[in-house]
Write a protein that binds this ligand. Structure first.
Ligand code: UT7
Length: 331
């Protein structure tokens, strides 16, 4: 059995910033309402009109992660790409990403559909491939263009979401190193499928003109219900993983929850009785960019020196499904 560790991180945010003030010109809302109910001030929007795609953003994040890890294209043995907004339905975005990264070794690539939990699912899968000795260097990516699936006339959802990309290189750790993935837990509560969904466009209801007119091809969400799922499952997974690891909440140095709403993060921090400042927060700047929130937050906190080698970090996510997952690692 081998150990895995994060050897490099990278992230990318598109150039265009959308403020709460901008949104108040599109839907009936106000900066104050958005800030008070979500903690979000700005979000970033991909320039899709000029061809900026999900895999373009992911490629930039991956290159940064590979530079930090000191690995080249030929060293990557698998790409796990968590996303619910691939460039196209076919082929999968990870194949586009492989090509854009100049990886010519025909390594394994797949997209992972676990919505906002996609990165945490991906990291857990990659960890297992490294533990078994199958691979030594895996790119785990979370990237989204949620602006392409948001109903810009629905104030209950459009204020929340943004675009962006984050990635890590998960590599094999030497036996005597302290850096390693310590544990993980994944789950899904399928009773929640109707609370956060896109109704049409799948094989069970191919898109019709009527659907487009009714905006059934965009995200629909029962916000309050999702909020309750989020807090229950994220607290549950964090506690489960801490129990498994024989740790107390404040034994963990950094807590990186999925960034959906500052009220969700504050509620969890309160219930876990986390000391102030233990949570990495980016939702104020970037809003919720689904599978990208956690790898972007990891990258920021490592690059600005908050997360140091030897410190422990808990990742905790939930997403449509309702999928959930947490990962504990020592950086
Ligand atoms: O990655 C997972 C993604 N999803 C989430 O994490 C969503 C979790 N849920 C949430 O973050 C919150 O439920 C929301 C931010 C979506 C909504 O906040 P809330 O405090 O749960 O508000 P609410 O839905 O209960 O709505 C309260 C009021 C309603 O008006 P009435 O019925 O009381 O008159 C809404 O119509 O606020 C109204 N409202 C708004 N007002 C101004 C809803 N959206 C807006 C808005 N601006 N953007």
């Amino acid at each position: 059995m081998y150990k895995s560790k994060i050897t490099g991180t990278g992230s990318y945010l598109p150039k265009k910033i959308m403020t709460n003030e901008d949104l108040s010109k599109i839907v009936e809302t106000s900066s104050e309402w958005i800030l008070e109910r979500t903690g979000i001030e700005t979000r970033y929007i991909a320039d899709t009109k000029n061809g900026e795609s999900n895999s373009d953003m992911a490629a930039i994040a991956c290159k940064k992660a590979m530079d930090m890890a000191g690995v080249e294209a030929k060293d990557i043995e698998m790409i796990v790409f968590g996303t619910c907004t691939p460039d196209r339905r076919l082929p999968h975005a990870s194949a586009e990403l492989q090509r854009k990264l100049g990886i010519e070794n025909e390594c394994a690539c797949f997209d992972l559909g676990a919505a906002c939990s996609g990165f945490v699912y991906g990291m857990t899968i990659a960890d297992n491939f490294i533990k078994t000795g199958t691979y030594k260097n895996i790119l785990v990516v979370g990237a989204e263009v949620l602006s392409s699936i948001v109903d810009w006339s629905d104030r209950g959802t459009c204020i929340l979401f943004g675009d962006g990309a984050g990635a890590v290189v998960l590599g094999r750790a030497d036996e005597n190193e302290t850096s390693e993935v310590l544990g993980a837990t994944l789950g899904c509560d399928g009773s929640g499928t109707e609370y956060l969904k896109i109704e049409t466009g799948g094989s069970s209801s191919p898109l019709t003109h009527e659907d487009i007119d009714a905006k059934n091809n965009f995200i629909q969400m029962e916000g309050r219900t999702v909020f309750k799922y989020a807090t229950r499952t994220m607290i549950g997974n964090a506690m489960k993983l801490l129990d498994q690891s024989k740790m107390e909440p404040n034994d963990v140095d950094w807590y990186i929850p999925h960034q959906a709403n500052i009220r969700i993060i504050e509620y969890i921090a309160k219930k876990l009785r986390l000391q102030d400042g233990k949570c990495v927060v980016t939702v104020n700047k970037y809003g919720n960019n689904s599978s990208a929130t956690i790898p972007i937050a990891i990258d920021e906190a490592i690059r600005d020196g908050r997360i140091k080698r030897g410190q422990t970090v808990m990742l905790d996510a939930f997403g449509a499904g309702v999928t959930t997952g947490a990962v504990l690692f020592r950086f």
